[in-house]
Design a protein around this ligand. Structure first.
Ligand code: GDP
Ligand code: MG
Length: 457
């Protein structure tokens, strides 16, 4: 079965949800459970991700075998993206979609849908990422009797009927919100068709109840419905830049998720930059030192090669000009270099907008957030004149001034997670150009729409 496992790669799983709904706690729980269940030497640390190998998933889901039909795992495991947050998720992009194969939408069962939950669902919809809902914090339901690390199906049997009624009511509310956004859903044990309905799993990231079902469902869904997408490819690596970071002792580095193929030390790579593609040679591939190594003084150790799916830090000259959300490709044959450079350039330019249209000016910190923001605006029929990565400059203000002359309502700047340069601010104030700033996409658009409505009154 070693041979069989080689044929599929680990699905890449992202965790999204409103702040404080339990994303970090869930990941810690999954990691903690796996640390407890693992056999020595099997935990693999990744940069920005944690790999949960299949034998660990099997152990955690073992108690389920008596309750529901479980599938034999052919997947080598699940790669969970560690840094939850919309910014990270939006950067996990590739042309026409997402690098994440699956997602967990965490919703606090007591609070239900909140602004960032809606935002997360919209982004998942835009990028066509299948997801499961983790209705978290069931232990906070009044009267709940905790059953640590047990399947939720077992824990549910041990609750009073009134407690289950309360839980189901909260789940109906979540189903209602999902329905408004175009998704059919149900409690996971009532689902008839997993390709059409979204499963809602009641869990507690704190006590671990329901985590066996969550992992089993993720693995089952990936295995049953996306095998084609998970075929392991032997070729040169394809990946995406998650973050660009200055690292003491290494200089500029990029944290990447590799979703296809192999990358080796010494490889020539092409990475998307704002001005033009960066062509460079991999000086080092870094992965975190295992946490168990108490006496480890260094944070990273170098490896010769990494294969998909993986999270790895790449050290190479010139990477300070790379941009998060941009593609990275390994060049296997010298003669392919120009073609790949052209492709990377095209892929970056597809996200940037430069027109004479009467529309708003959009600035964002990364390619991923810019793309998500522009798609949000499009879905609301708000035209975009210019969309670029970087701080708000005087030029942006001048563009907005040009728009304002003909279309007052669109002569504005929407800035996501970027600075406004002093001379831009000065000019905007003088000319009465409004600059909207926020680090939640949803809020940024809401602020703008509120202003629009006031203007129309
Ligand atoms: P994040 O912002 O989505 O990453 O949320 P956190 O994981 O940081 O959780 C926010 C707060 O909720 C923390 O105080 C957690 O301890 C708490 N929390 C998370 N999951 C649960 C849960 O299942 N039950 C309870 N009672 N508290 C939880
Ligand atoms: Mg968190």
């Amino acid at each position: 079965s070693e041979e069989r496992q080689r044929r599929l790669r680990q699905p890449i799983v992202a965790v999204l949800g409103h702040v404080d709904h339990g994303k970090t706690t869930l990941l810690d729980k999954i990691r903690g459970t796996t640390v407890a269940a693992k056999e020595p030497g099997q935990i693999t640390q990744h940069v920005g991700a944690s790999l949960v190998p299949s034998n660990v998933i099997e152990k955690v889901t073992e108690p389920l075998k008596k309750l529901i039909p479980t599938v034999k795992l052919e997947l080598p495991g699940l790669l969970f993206i560690d840094t939850p947050g919309h910014e990270i998720f939006t950067n996990l992009r590739k042309r026409g979609g997402a690098v994440a194969d699956l997602a967990i939408l965490v919703v606090d069962i007591m609070e239900g849908f909140q602004p960032q939950t809606y935002e997360a669902v919209e982004i998942l919809k835009q990028r066509k990422v299948p997801f499961i809902v983790a209705a978290n914090k069931v232990d906070r339901i009044p009267g709940w009797r905790p059953n640590p690390d047990q399947p939720i199906l077992i824990s549910m049997r041990k609750q009073d009927p009134s407690v289950i009624e309360f839980m189901d009511n909260q789940i109906y509310k979540i189903m209602g919100e999902l329905a408004k956004m175009g998704f059919d859903s149900d409690r996971f044990d009532r689902i008839k068709n997993y390709t059409r309905q979204i499963a809602i799993v009641p869990i507690s990231a704190k006590t671990g109840e329901g985590v066996p079902e969550l992992l089993a469902l993720l693995a089952g869904l990936a295995q049953r419905f996306m095998k084609g997408k998970l075929k392991y490819v032997e070729g040169p690596a394809k990946g995406v830049v998650m973050e660009v970071k200055e690292e003491p002792g290494y200089g500029s580095t990029i944290d990447t998720i590799i979703y296809d193929g192999i990358i080796k030390q010494g490889d020539t790579i092409v990475v998307g930059g704002i001005e033009e593609p960066i062509v460079t040679k991999v000086r080092a591939l870094l992965i975190p030192e295992p946490l168990q190594e108490i006496r480890a003084t260094k944070r990273f150790r170098a490896v010769d090669e990494v294969s998909a799916a993986a999270g790895v830090k790449i050290v190479a000259p010139g990477l300070d000009k790379a941009v998060a959300g941009a593609p990275i490709y390994v060049v296997e044959r010298e003669e392919d270099l120009e073609k790949i450079k052209e492709q990377v350039k095209k892929e970056v330019e597809e996200v940037l907008i430069e027109t004479d249209a009467e529309g708003v000016i959009v600035k964002a910190d990364t390619l991923g957030t810019l793309e998500a923001l522009v798609q949000f605006l499009r879905s609301r029929n708000i035209p975009v004149r210019m969309a670029r990565v970087g701080p708000v400059t005087k030029r942006d203000v001048m563009e907005a001034i040009a728009v304002k002359r003909h279309k007052k309502e669109y002569g504005v700047i929407l800035a996501f997670n970027v600075k406004v340069l002093p001379e831009a601010k000065e000019l905007a104030e003088k000319e009465g150009i409004k600059i909207f700033q926020h680090n939640v996409i949803y809020k940024l658009i809401e602020d703008f729409e509120e202003w629009l409505n006031k203007l129309k009154e």
